[in-house]
Write a protein that binds this ligand. Sequence first.
Ligand SMILES: Nc1ncnc2c1ncn2[C@@H]1O[C@H](COP(=O)(O)OP(=O)(O)OP(=O)(O)O)[C@@H](O)[C@H]1O
Length: 371
Amino acid sequence: MAEIQLNSLAHSYSRHPAGSEDYAIRRMSHTWHKGGAYALLGPSGCGKSTMLNIISGLLEPSEGDVLFDNVKVNELSPKDRNIAQVFQFPVVYDSMTVYDNLAFPLKNADMPKAKIKAKVEEIAAILELEAVLHKKAKGLTADEKQKVSMGRGLVRDDVSAILFDEPLTVIDPQLKWRLRRKLKQIHEQFNITMVYVTHDQLEASTFADKIAVMYDGQIVQFGTPRELFESPNHTFVGFFIGSPGMNLIEVEPTEGGVRFDGIDVPLSEHLMEAIRADQSGNIKLGIRPEFVHLTGHAADDTYPCEVRDIEDLGTYKIVTLQLGGQTLKARVDEDQEVTSESVHVGFPRQWLKLYVDEFLVDERGAKEQAE
Ligand SMILES: Nc1ncnc2c1ncn2[C@@H]1O[C@H](COP(=O)(O)OP(=O)(O)OP(=O)(O)O)[C@@H](O)[C@H]1O
């Protein structure tokens, strides 16, 4: 397995890119550490497959370098990079048995027969393919074929990394969860560097130790699921992670804080300094629905607002609030009474985030950047 470094990487499918909008990957650097289980998460078209294909060698980047364990591999083919890649749709040899499909990468690597048998049987057991091991791949269901495809990626534990590009798309929803657990189990067992592309946050957080959130051709945050939830580096992460996403409010600076719709929110001197230093017209406050404080009583740090809707989702409720011209969401426990049409809303200081030009400004006044 290898540490994979992307240095000043950029990619445009256009031969003569005119500006940043012509780039599928905008200039960025990133390190995938050895043995990590990572997810690359982002909406359709943000550049996930492009990045995966650059790592595997299916695509040569227009700018920058790809390094495996500090060695530049830009010119090496996927085979020479020793990468296994599992795609959205199954890649299997229909005329071969499941056993031979799984054994194929090992035979190519000249592994002794007895070792091949042991390894194929081990992976077949993990993927629950034993019953069809000696059947031709042609007659398998789509689920089974994709399991074989995944198995072909997983049999070799000498690979630099295994890259998964939305591998569970064709899998039955009930099986999806089990396969994700299996992938995690395989990762724990063999400790191979794995990068798993998905646009599904649940899939990303159940598989990965760390998630790279990609937006508009760049990784805007690389963190644990908890970090992405508690401290989104970028407004897109706030909006994309969580259900519903973060409340984001456009504000204007005042003497000691920010204001929207005539409502003043005080901020620390550190944050005010950052606002003054940036001189940006794009300032937002962000707070997750889970951290919005709802109360029936007014206090110094609460604001009166109207309840527009209450959606009961069993173990919790999503309350839609109107505060000035803003619509906010609050997530409250099922047993919290929210009856009146008018309540008071508070923003606990530790969960209230400030974004300047879409990036988080932390309490030290420093602007966060993706790793
Ligand atoms: N072969 C290609 N030629 C030209 N443009 C391409 C090509 N492949 C991808 N693109 C463009 O590059 C951008 C990034 O695409 P990419 O497939 O990497 O995104 P993605 O995040 O993997 O999306 P999806 O989840 O839909 O596969 C998109 O604007 C896409 O239209």
